[in-house]
Every structure is written in C-alpha cells, then in structure tokens.
Design a protein around this ligand. Sequence first.
Ligand code: ZN
Ligand code: ZN
Length: 366
Amino acid sequence: MRTRTALFLLVTLWTPTATGQPSSTITVGLEDFEKAQRIRCQAATGAFEWITVENGQLRAVGALEGIQEIAKTDVGYTVTTKTDEMQASYIILKPAESHDIIRLISDPTGYRQYTGAVHFYWHANQWHIALEADLEDYVAGVLVSEVGKGQAKALYTAHALVSRTYALNNAERHRLTGYDVCDQVHCQAFDGVSTVDDAIRMGCRASKHMVLVDRLGRPIPAAFHSNCGGTTRSSARVWQKASPHLLPVQDSACSFGEHAQWERQILRKDWNIWQKDQSVDLDNKTLVRAKLGLPSDRFDVGDAGDALILSGRGFGHGVGLCQEGAMERAKKGASPWAILDTYYQEIWLRHLSQITAPRAPGVSSK
Ligand SMILES: [Zn+2]
Ligand SMILES: [Zn+2]
C-alpha cells in the first residue's frame, strides 16, 4: 500500500485570492538562518509583533521591541519578550505593513534585511524558517544576487521576468517543508532586500506581475546561466527533459563576457586514475563536467606532456537565458522582449492574475 508524505501548509497571512489564482506573495526558505541556534531580530523600519500558531489559530503575544532573540528548543522555538517567555512549535514575526523591514542577525550568516512575515516552525523533526514576502520584493532581492548592480534597465526588466517566472514554475520544489522556493542557488540566490537600489527597483517595476508563459498560460521553466560559450544547450541534452522553450541558440554576444573562457590543468596520472575509477565516457562532456565540477561542458582536451589541459568556453549548464549575452544585448539597446525572444522559444507574456495556477494555494488565516 502506498503512503503519502503529508504536505506542511504554512499559515500564510496574505494569500491566496478567493478564486485560487496564484497570489503575488511567495514563501522563501531562509536556509542559512535555519542552521543557526539563535537569531536576533530587530525592526529596521515599521513595527513587528510575535504571533504563535496552535491548531491553525493565531495568537498575538507581544511586540518586537529593540533587539530580541528567538532560539531553537527541542521541538520548536522560544522567544523572550519584555512581558513573557513563550515557547511554541510555530511562531511568526508579523509586520504591521507588508513592506516593513525586519533585520535578522545570526552567526555565521551575519545580518540580512527582509520585507514580509517571518515564519519559524518545527516540522518533520527539523527547524524551518520561511519568509512570506511580496513577490516583487523577492524578485528585486534575487536580482541583486543573480545579476548584480550597474546593469542596463532592459536587463533588469528581462531578468525580473525570468526570475519571477522561474520562481512560479518551481513553486512545488519545497512543498514538503512548507515553502515555495529556497534562498540558495538551488532555486535562486536571495540575500534579502537591503542592497536593492533604485535602478533594480525601476527595472523590476517595468515588468511588474508579468510572467513568461506557454501556449496554455503556464509559467515556462525559465532556466538561465552565466555564459553559454557560443551556443546555448537544449534541456533535452543537459537534463534529459525536452522543453519547447529551451532549445539551442547561437550566441556571439557573450564571447567577451567575464566567464567566456576557462582553463583547467589535470595531471595525466590523476586523469587516468579518475577515468578508470569513474568509468566515464569522455565523449559525454555533460557527465564529465558534472563529475569534475568543471565550469561548463564545452571544452577541448589538449596534450601538455605530463598534464592535460582542458580549455573551455562558457560557465553554467548553458540552458535558457545566457546572462552575459543578455547583459551585452541590453547594453547595446535591445529591448527586454528582444532579449527574452532570443533565448527562449514559444513564449508569451501574461499578467500574474491570468496565468494557469502553477501551485496549490496555501492555507489562509482569513
Ligand atoms: Zn531550492
Ligand atoms: Zn551566450
């Protein structure tokens, strides 16, 4: 008989819409903070209050005043406020306004700032921390980590579409632990909103709530990578999963990018031992790349006596949008749509409220 693993449903504060359509909030696992024994919390702007959750019922238990600490217990968390000490398996730090900024501080992560509600909960013998954030705030934070500052507005607008779509397409990835996406490169790197600047904010705003969809209105798997090395890869080749949106594209725009070329030297004796141990087919460069942790699967092998020289092009899996190519195109005046149309096939633009729901709605407290 088959057993099903129960999903953990976050008690979300602002989702979903009554129609079950995807909302404009997202839940993000803060995995660096999940490892910390204790976290100091402080309102950077606005006001926050502590809420406990028992059997789906929310109970306000005090305001966050100054810097207060939340610490792990055997089966949850404990918070000491001015008037009380509370222990619970599920505690929320709720902002008065959804854009109020919370500062979290821990070793060794340091401090990061977020907008939205922070959920601390114990589930399946693990401590979890999830941020319930406005989707647009999340996307702007992702752009800081995934694109960086000082880029053309068209690149930010295009990449905001990619990152928003990617998040919605992958929103089932962490359902077992209760959130949509994690804050690591496994999903998209997200270190909060403290370094989001006006250029990133304006670039995001130009494609606010818009999503790249397929013919049926579903968010596409909007993969991206650093530098394709001259031609992007098909998802069929790299992941053995065909997608009509992720086909090879010739790209010369990235040829002078920071990650256009690389070189690795491997001693011939190490190579021989490795090849024998792993019994790897050297013609399968995707596999060789994965096994050796190479920057890309586009490389030639040269002979240098005792050593072999691997001379490669590009960085990353090579599927979907090539960031350094997109960067160059934006710099030369390409529009966001022209950039996206270059790297993805069979795509349409649709407002978030009109896409085919990519995820099951959470449990609303309302
Ligand atoms: Zn993830
Ligand atoms: Zn490229």
